[in-house]
Design a protein around this ligand. Structure first.
Ligand code: 3H9
Length: 692
């Protein structure tokens, strides 16, 4: 089997692309397709050509791994499509699985497209920080109109074949065998002349307002990003200029987008996310158990949110509380959340009832005896958790997974109170747990491979991005965020205003800066942690400026006031009294406030994350730098187009990161220093470990 097989079916030449796993447009594919077209052109007995994907899908796009190659070595997708567009005989793309990006562009270069009903088509390039670069920006508007094309290209989301048929993007749906259907279709159109060519069509109904509205829209949906605005420009060209002009402009702008740090960041995350699902030392045949039922201890905000993930996946949940009113409240919140979703039209009331019917409330922990997994989601206190796990050990059936949703505590210590530490694992959900995609999966010393593999599979099933981390205070995400919080408080101590510190991270693309985030999470949480740490270390109780704010009862959004004031819009407003409190604090400590630039603030905050991330990597708490980036994007709102903190640092150059850390009085982590000295990046570190 070659990368593009040619097989003659009477008067039709079938070109089958065999490039597993997703038939991406890798080197060899264009050569194979062009050779096939040449053969079909040279043979008078061939009346049409069918292009089909071998294996699970049609072409899922350009091969993203080749984006780093020099231009002349890149697979010639554009040349292949030009050849198709000029081809004198009918060509039919036969689509199953997904025709994405370059795959759909290839199909649009053909005269016709047929597809099986469950196929999907789309132009997801924006998600990689690029734009459809092989005619997509010019052809899609000519078929589906500018508005729909913009919607598809700016969201990057695929549409179903049935919708594509209505839009005229697919010519026919095939029931049963795709190849047989495509051959029949090709024969039916073998003599059609002139051949339909999308490049010769005009864009239907393209009012100028469509582009103006799209430009307004992306200011909100894609703030700070390059490729969406290029996509709008190109779609407008499709509507207003000859095809050839738009086609040429697209090639130039594609290269511009591809070579941008934003695209490198998004591509990094694409692969890092897939890589994070792989656990060194765990083979594909590690046994997993199917999770058919779950028990959750605690019906508070966290427990309720966690329960919703299971209910959404159709897994029955028994939820336990200690008092009836807490249980009723918890259930009420879950129902309300679902009803709100139904009000927005994103689910029906039957769905709401269906999900609630999967939920069994109880006050008796013994009711968890049959659960395949039990997740404890109670107050963050070691003694309470140990007591619960001691009881669970007596209740849970053999083989059940016992999970703790701790955000900081030692999972080994929790496991030690059971006679089955191999069944104990940490599952750290992020708030709101029904929304946030991240799940830190905390592997304790004795957690079995099977429990780990089952937890990873479960994460996928409940639509979370699971990342394996080791045991330490705060694991990966919160351990880093603690250093970040320390640095943010220091910046204010030295002279910055909280709103300026937040603005410096908003400028980097984070929706919330450190103080907006702590006001949302509740300032009392950080206060309790600092108080605990001080007590353990035998130090006096914490007395920073932020501690003083908390001591005034300002605990953040939940009390309507924290570092900022809040009204019902939840928009933070600086408070003059708090500003005075900070000034008094500085005066008391003898600090003369100084001007702090946005650049200094951004660097000190972002690099405090990076520096702690490097320590975490060196200790093996995270398996790869890419895992840390995935954690920050899905759990902390770090913008994906920056690629996560570690990729961002690599993009800045680790030598300059080290120099800046030293300039700002932070000690660079030994790993960071070594990589910088060797002129390397974090991706090199991952590759060194064979985990790139
Ligand atoms: C483009 O087309 C640009 C053009 O407009 C212009 C060019 C001039 N390349 O996700 P999975 C790998 S931009 C290379 O786990 P699923 C993936 O890394 C491209 N590799 O499977 C993984 O490898 P591994 C536009 C790719 O079933 C394996 O395939 N296209 C590519 O959950 C399986 O992937 C896209 O953006 C690729 N294009 O989902 C589509 N795609 O096993 C991106 C996948 O080593 N791809 N791999 O970890 C996807 O959205 C999903 O992979 C897909 C399958 C839906 C296809």
């Amino acid at each position: 089997m070659s990368i593009v097989d040619q097989s003659r079916q009477d008067d039709i030449l079938v070109l089958t692309i065999n490039n597993p796993p997703v038939n991406a447009f890798s080197p060899g594919v264009p050569e194979g397709l062009k050779a096939g077209l040449d053969a079909a052109a040279a043979d008078d007995t061939i009346r049409a050509v069918v292009i089909i994907g071998g294996g699970r899908t049609f072409v899922a796009g350009a091969d993203i791994r080749t984006f780093n190659l020099p231009r002349e070595q890149s697979p010639d997708l554009r040349g292949t499509i030009q050849k198709l567009d000029a081809f004198p005989k009918p060509t039919v793309a036969a689509i199953h699985g997904t025709a994405l990006g370059g795959g759909l562009e290839l199909a649009m270069g053909c005269s016709y497209r047929v597809a099986v009903k469950d196929a999907q088509v789309g132009l997801p390039e924006v998600k990689l920080g690029v734009l459809p670069g092989a005619g997509g920006t010019q052809r899609l508007p000519r078929v589906v109109g500018a508005q729909k094309a913009l919607e598809m290209m700016l969201s990057g989301n695929p549409i179903k074949a049935t919708e594509a048929l209505q839009l005229g993007l697919i010519d026919q749906l095939v029931d049963g065998d795709l190849l047989a259907g495509a051959l029949a279709f090709a024969r039916g159109h073998a003599d059609t002349r002139p051949l339909p060519r999308i490049s010769e069509k005009a864009v239907p109904g393209a009012a100028p307002e469509v582009f103006a509205a799209a430009r307004e829209g992306i200011k909100k949906t894609h703030r700070g990003q390059l490729s969406p605005s290029l996509i709008v420009d190109l779609a407008e060209m499709a509507a207003t200029k000859p095809f050839a002009e738009g086609w040429d402009a697209e090639a130039t702008l594609f290269m511009q987008a591809k070579d941008s740090p934003q695209s490198r960041g998004l591509r990094h995350i694409f692969f890092a996310e897939r890589e994070s699902a792989k656990i060194p030392g765990l083979t594909k045949d590690t046994p997993t158990t199917e999770i058919r039922s779950a028990g959750i201890i605690g019906a508070g905000t966290m427990g309720g949110g966690i329960a919703m993930n299971f209910l959404n996946a159709g897994i029955p949940v028994t939820i336990v509380e200690t008092a009836q009113d807490a249980l009723d409240r918890g259930l009420g919140v879950i129902r309300k959340n679902y009803e709100n979703t139904a009000k927005k039209g994103r689910m029906t009331m039957e769905d709401v009832e269906g999900r609630m019917a999967l939920l069994t409330p109880t006050l008796d922990m013994a009711d968890l005896k049959d659960a395949d997994i039990i997740i404890e989601a109670v107050f963050e206190n070691m003694d309470v958790k140990k007591e619960i796990f001691t009881r669970l050990d007596a209740i849970a059936k053999p083989g059940a997974i016992l999970a703790t949703n701790t955000s900081t505590l030692d999972v080994n210590e929790i496991a030690s109170v059971t006679k089955r530490p191999e069944s104990v694992i940490g599952l750290h959900f992020f708030s709101p747990a029904n929304v946030m995609k991240l799940l830190e999966i905390v592997r304790a010393d004795q957690t079995s491979d099977s429990v780990l593999a089952t937890s990873m599979a479960l994460a996928k099933k409940i639509r979370k991005v699971g990342v394996v981390v080791g045991v330490c205070d705060g694991f990966v995400g919160n351990r880093m965020v603690h250093r970040y919080g320390d640095e943010a408080r220091k910046l204010v101590e030295e002279g910055a205003k909280p709103e300026d510190v937040d603005a410096s991270m908003n400028a980097l693309g984070l929706p919330m800066g450190p103080f907006q985030m702590s006001d949302m999470a509740g300032l009392d949480i950080g206060y309790a942690i600092r108080a605990h740490q001080a007590k353990v270390a035998g130090r006096p109780k914490p007395d920073g400026w932020l501690d003083r704010i908390v001591e005034r009862g300002r605990k953040g959004q939940k009390t309507g006031a924290g570092i900022y004031d809040y009204d019902e819009t939840r928009k933070p407003r600086p408070n003059a009294e708090m500003q005075r409190l900070i000034e008094d604090y500085r005066a008391e400590k003898g600090v003369t406030p100084r001007e702090i630039t946005q650049e200094e603030s951004t660097k000190r905050l972002a690099y405090s994350l990076v520096n702690e991330g490097a320590r975490i990597l060196e200790e093996g708490i995270a398996q790869r730098a890419g895992d840390i980036d995935v954690i920050y994007i899905y759990g902390y709102g770090f913008p994906a187009y920056r690629g996560g903190p570690m990729q961002y640092a690599s993009e800045q150059g680790l030598q300059s990161v080290v120099a800046d850390l030293e300039r700002y009085g932070q000690t660079p982590a030994p790993l960071l220093k070594r990589l910088a000295d060797e002129g390397k990046t974090f991706a090199d570190f991952d590759a060194e470990k064979g985990r790139g």
